[in-house]
Design a protein around this ligand. Structure first.
Ligand SMILES: Cc1cc2nc3c(=O)[nH]c(=O)nc-3n(C[C@H](O)[C@H](O)[C@H](O)COP(=O)(O)O)c2cc1C
Length: 321
């Protein structure tokens, strides 16, 4: 069973967590829980559009299209349910299903089905790209809250919410999400970003993996909100080694989630991170993580203003750049 106090690493949702062989490797190397690859409603809808040939598109009646859509959705859901059931059978640690939907009613339908399939928790991977100029920031935030409220009322297993950092007032948003009674917040998701190939003049994808320097963003926001909310924090993005994991625990994270480092360094990296944690705790005479969790958060640090500081004023003054 999971012991987050000695094994504070959770396998983040990614293609690595979409098959049993890799899930078993992750468990063997010491993760305390796994978040399965997200089921994306958008992917199901794209699959539906791509599977129609031109004749289908022009000649089909609406009922036929509805049926086609239903079939494809059912197929994707069945596959995902099978993955949950297989993972539950193969692993002893908690298995968390991950959902990313577009239409409001699908979030609850998927969540209910995954709870029935035996998932130990649901992670809602929500990202609404704020590109619609007709929607206000408040309206977008309301959409997040509506999804969370609906899913929370539909299932009784723990619900975690995974979001990005792009809110005008992230601290207020975290409070609103917390009030909905989520069990955990995953701070932060890292989303796909487009890039350009200037030789081919084509749009490509930018770095798929995070950089080990990216961890300072979750560090700041977890440190600022430690002990101010009821839910737990899972730190995510840029956590590639043991030292960085220790920093996020010092900021107040309950667990860290890792994806990129597993792709780059293999699942053995989890074991190395846990060994590093053990060595560090031994050197500091610490017996358990609760003795130091949040010690350098804005609650406990000797200098809380450090987390509010946003300009490099002192750093650059008097220095030659
Ligand atoms: C190849 C790949 C696939 C991913 N797929 C998903 C996904 O299906 N659902 C999700 O919520 N996050 C997904 N992510 C994001 C990760 O779960 C994680 O939040 C992000 O990569 C930041 O953590 P990291 O720095 O440890 O990689 C994916 C990441 C990678 C690298």
């Amino acid at each position: 069973m999971a012991d987050f106090t000695t094994q504070p690493i959770v396998a983040a949702s990614s293609s690595y967590t979409s098959d049993i062989k890799h899930l078993k490797e992750l468990e063997k190397n010491g993760v305390s829980a796994v978040v399965l690859k997200s089921i994306f409603e958008e992917e199901i809808l794209n699959g539906f559009n791509e599977s129609l040939d031109l004749d289908d598109r022009f000649n089909s009646s609406l009922e036929f299209l509805d049926y086609y859509d239903y079939e494809l959705k059912q197929e994707s859901l069945d596959k995902y349910i099978q993955l949950i059931e297989d993972a539950k059978e193969a692993l002893t640690i908690p298995v968390i299903a991950s959902i990313n939907c577009i239409s409001a009613q699908e979030w609850t339908e998927f969540a209910e089905k995954f709870e029935k399939a035996g998932a130990d928790g649901i992670e809602l991977n929500i990202f609404i790209l704020p590109s619609d100029t007709k929607k206000t920031a408040t309206e977008i935030e309301q959409e997040y809250l509506k999804i969370i409220k609906k899913v929370k009322s539909a299932v009784s297993i723990p619900v975690a919410i995974k979001i990005g950092p792009y809110f005008t007032n992230i601290s207020e948003m975290l409070r609103k999400i917390d009030k909905e009674g989520v069990s955990a917040m995953v701070l932060f998701n890292r989303t796909y970003s487009p890039d350009y190939d200037i030789d081919k003049l084509e749009i490509t994808s930018s770095n798929i993996y995070s950089s080990p320097k990216d961890y300072t963003l979750p560090l700041r926001w977890i440190a600022l909100n430690y002990k101010k909310l009821n839910c737990s924090f899972a730190a995510s993005t840029g956590i590639h080694d043991g030292d960085t994991m220790i920093k996020l625990l010092l900021a107040g994270a309950d667990v860290v989630q890792v994806a990129s480092t597993v792709f780059i360094n293999g699942p053995e990296q989890i074991n190395k991170m846990l060994t590093r944690l053990e060595e560090w705790m031994h050197k500091k005479n610490l017996l358990n993580i609760n003795q130091f969790r949040g010690e350098l958060s804005s609650n406990d640090t000797r200098n809380p203003a450090e987390f509010e500081r946003v300009q490099f004023m002192k750093y650059f003054s008097g220095k030659k750049i």
